[in-house]
Design a protein around this ligand. Structure first.
Ligand code: PEP
Ligand code: MG
Length: 603
């Protein structure tokens, strides 16, 4: 039966494919594709873990048998028996094998997937006693996952889809579907680290129950340039493994089990989208200049050095934001040391410079915390009531761990010997933070001098992400060469809306008069003082705001490479001399959204 689930559109386009459910588990589980030749190893890992857990349970049974009824109630022995039965059950073991062999999931992913399939069968049982066995099954799987920790294979660099072979049964269309159909990812939540792994994968689109438009999960999805919907509430409960799903990333709708008519309709929309993309691709080599001759820099936001490939392909004239924290995340799954050392970071920044072929690269120092936790950093019980977005995040984190911060600064300074690098500091709010940061940069430079290591000059920039910073620009401009407005956080902190919380997503409003005023005044003050200014939040890549930002005087926009051509089209059609009066009107309006509608925007 066809039904639709609504969420927030975060990455445009239509995806049609089979659902792959990624289930949250109480244990942190890595999700990645294995190579076909690793199938046996993964099956073995499950078998070895199963034997070990069986032995563990049998030992427990033996010790229970030696206890008296007061120490070990009769139910305990019965429960252990149930756990042993579940452990050996063919539905669990056969299912896990299926996901490994047919879908090339790593063992942990296969286990949690099969747990979800069986758990739903338990949920549907009439008998209350049997329904309650779901908790036992979860415990058994968790025991297995614990056993498997530390035995994972190294992440496959390019997760493959299984290739069709002569043994595949072509007479069975469902078998062919399972192998060849595009896959779409459905999850309750995905950490930015998980997203990073999926970035290298084959998914045609994805959906999460939670998340806001500018949550970091959504941002990474946008950088993958695949249709995505977040904040879809109960999607991961309603969709089943292998269901056919349409993801409409323009409308924020997920259609499950679509009828042939709906499928045909969306197939048409998908082809229209491809045509539009093809048309925009012709603008790639065209310089971004407005009708009245104003040159505009369209830069790329990247998460990894390899993303520079897409940036250059999209015609970016540099990197305006390299979110360097992604080098620090998702490392457990790759069996790497917890944090990248100076040499590893230096090489990564150098790769980014080389990837940009002589164009400038803006490296933002690490911005972890809030919705970008480092591996293994579980929330402590006494922290559970705290709001991480207001806590130890970004520059606050770096200043709290000067050794880590100095390592990163040294790596950036060393890379600067190979090309034009700008160093950008996130989330500054206090003059004391500025002073400490600058002192650490001087210290790192002196350390390199003392070591006799070659390093280069960098331009220094501060992100304007907190209203306190936007209201004290003069202090910032005394110390920094340029400012970059992080509208994602500026909106979050100005409006007191958690950017990752879908329950308040309707109040997350880039067009709020307070936000627009802070953005406009930051641009104006930088221009008055002859300092560089750019916007690198999601607003820069949203064509609904291109003319307004141009009207405010912005000439440098940084966004995901996938958004550059659409914004360039807006720039090419704009005449900034005709935007001034309208921009002023928008800034003075009680409800600016109405004036931003295409019909109300000057041509
Ligand atoms: C922002 O806050 O606008 C920004 C660009 O930084 P991030 O999205 O990584 O927090
Ligand atoms: Mg930010």
């Amino acid at each position: 039966m066809t039904f639709a689930v609504h969420g927030l559109p975060v990455a445009r386009g239509i995806a049609i494919g089979r659902a792959v459910l990624v289930v949250s588990s109480r244990i942190d589980v890595a999700h990645y594709f294995i190579k076909p030749e690793e199938v046996e190893t993964e099956i073995d890992r499950v078998r070895i873990a199963r034997n070990a857990v069986a032995e563990e349970l049998q030992k427990l049974q033996a010790s229970v048998a030696l206890m008296g009824p007061n120490d070990a109630p009769h139910e305990l022995a019965a429960l252990l028996e149930v756990h042993l039965m579940l452990l050996q059950d063919e539905v669990l073991t056969g299912g896990v094998k299926h996901w490994i062999v047919e879908r090339l999931y790593n063992a942990e992913w296969a286990l949690t997937t099969q747990l979800e399939v069986v758990a739903r069968q338990f949920d549907e049982m009439e008998d209350e006693y049997l329904r309650e066995r779901k908790a036992d099954l979860e415990q058994v799987v968790e025991r297995l996952l614990h056993r498997m920790k530390g035995t994972a294979a190294v992440l496959a660099p390019t997760p493959p889809r299984r290739k069709r072979t002569a043994e595949d049964d072509d007479s069975d269309p469902t078998a062919r579907d399972a192998i060849d159909a595009p896959l779409v990812l459905i999850a309750h939540d995905l950490s930015p680290a998980d997203m990073l792994q999926f970035k290298k994968s084959v998914f045609a689109g994805f959906v999460t129950d939670v998340g806001g438009r500018t949550s970091h999960t959504a941002i990474v999805a946008r950088s993958m340039d695949i249709p995505a919907v977040v904040g879809a509430r109960s999607a991961s409960q309603l969709v089943r493994q292998d269901d056919w799903v349409i993801i409409d990333g323009d409308a924020g709708v997920v259609i499950v089990d679509p009828s042939p008519i709906i499928l045909a309709d969306y197939g048409f929309k998908q082809r229209q989208g491809d045509l539009e993309r093809g048309r925009l691709a012709r603008l790639r080599h065209k310089p971004a200049v407005t009708l009245d001759g104003q040159k505009v820099d369209l830069l790329a936001n990247i998460e990894m050095p390899e993303d520079t490939l897409g940036a250059v392909k999209a015609g970016a004239v540099g990197v305006g934001l390299f979110r360097s924290e992604f080098l620090f995340m998702g490392r457990e799954a790759q069996h790497l040391n917890r944090l990248p050392d100076e040499e590893e970071q230096y090489q990564a920044y150098r790769r980014a410079i080389e990837g940009m072929q002589g164009m400038p690269v803006t490296i933002r120092t690490i911005d972890v915390g809030a919705d970008k936790p480092l591996d293994g950093r579980a929330v402590r019980d006494d922290e559970a009531h705290l709001n991480p977005a207001l806590g130890l995040r970004a520059i606050r984190w770096s200043l709290a761990d000067p050794a880590m911060f100095l390592t990163q600064i040294r790596a950036i300074l060393r890379a600067a010997a190979h090309g034009e690098i700008l160093m950008l500091i996130p989330m500054l709010a206090h003059a004391s933070e500025i002073r400490q940061t600058l002192a650490l940069i001087d210290f790192a430079r002196a350390e390199l001098d003392n070591r006799g290591v070659v390093h280069g000059k960098v331009k220094l920039g501060a992100m304007i992400e907190v209203p306190a910073a936007a209201l004290t620009l003069k202090i910032f401009l005394k110390h920094f060469d340029f400012l970059s407005i992080g509208t994602n956080d500026l909106i979050q902190y100005t409006l007191a809306i958690d950017r990752a919380d879908e329950s308040v997503a309707h109040l997350y409003d880039p067009a709020h008069p307070a936000v627009l005023r802070l953005v406009a005044e930051t641009i104006a003050e930088c221009r008055r003082q002859g300092k560089g200014v750019s916007v690198c939040g999601e607003m820069a890549g949203d064509v609904a705001f291109t003319r307004l930002l141009l009207g405010m005087g912005l000439r440098s926009f940084s966004m995901h490479p996938s958004q550059i051509l659409a914004v360039k089209q807006e720039v090419l059609r704009a005449d900034t001399s005709k935007l001034q009066a309208w921009t002023q009107q928008v800034l003075e309006a009680d409800d600016p959204a109405g004036l931003l509608a295409p019909a109300a925007t000057p041509q």
